[in-house]
Design a protein. Sequence first.
Length: 404
Amino acid sequence: MKLEGTVEGLELGEVFRLLKLEGGSGVLEVFRGAARTHFRIAGGLLYFADSPAVFPGLDERFVRAGVPGYVVRDLRARAASNDPLVWVDMLLREEQLTREDMADIIRRHVEAVAFLALSWDRASYTLTPLPGDPDERRLVGLDLDGVAIEGVRRVDEWRLMMQAIGSLERVPHPVPGSTREVVLSASEWEFVCFADGRRDLHTMVKDTRMERFELVKLAHGLVKAGLIVVRDPTLELLGQTTAVALKGPIDIYNLTFLTTAVAGEVSSHLRLETVEEEEIEIHLSAGVRDLGDDESCLLYFADARTPSWVIKRMAMETSGFVLLVNVNSRDSIAVSRGDVALLEEIGDRPYVVATYASLEEEKIEDEEVRAILRVNDEVPLLRCGLRDHEEVAAVLEALLALIP
């Protein structure tokens, strides 16, 4: 049997049921733009699924199950195939995981991929039939009808939960002052421990290593119980107030400057940007600096791996930039040339250069720093100790003076 078509609404569930009734074998691909999922079916049973758009991915699931990260990376490097089932087989042969544990990992991963595909209102699909028994490495055989029913149930529940929570970019805060006795499950207790008012829900998925659906369900239940509230993130101020972006090649030093500037009140955020309908993760840290007279300033930075097009897009809502440059050596200064080029390309946002040294092996004069960076004399250049409150304040004052 060969199938292809376009999914409208939840008709993918009907495709699953048809494949079960036919008892066929093959690879079902479901895709929306660049985002793709694929399902492997044998004898009408679903035995594997994967998608680069699903978090956690299979590699991350192996690590969460106790396989060292370096083992997973080495295994992928040694594998002669990009087929994930080859890596599964290698992990089993090397006794990194038991068959029972691996079967549980695959089952959970398959369910997550099915949930993703069933949540797409519009998608296309093709089924490539395979003769006979297409894969002898099957560890699970899931009922396609059952997977479809569970996936549809999750989609409906997800929509209801998100109506209450609003967005995974919102930040959960504990509700103080309750004196009533509360009994929490282990998962609820873990959630409450991570709900410190500084992580958005996206970031909590990473930090707790929970499934996204599981974490949102916990958040929804704890909100209904009155134990947490979810509030708009600090980054909601972007575009609404004076906003300063930090740009530098070393995230830990960017974070040190930010922590000094906002007196330690830093929050972590994970935004999902869509590129050709495929999601990529953007990690950001943010805080608010009190400027006095009822005025404040948002400070934030995106991690050093963030694509330049994201920085350019966010610049539209940003008032100016602080370019942090490590002046340990001429080579470390030259690393920031790309950041200078990016800010010059953005063009209509002022910036200042703040230089810092984590080592004091040699003194590099400001004029040489400018020459290496190719920055003209109109751009303020200030020496800055990243933990020195007065020097950090001076850098920000220099930038704020340039903002219209």
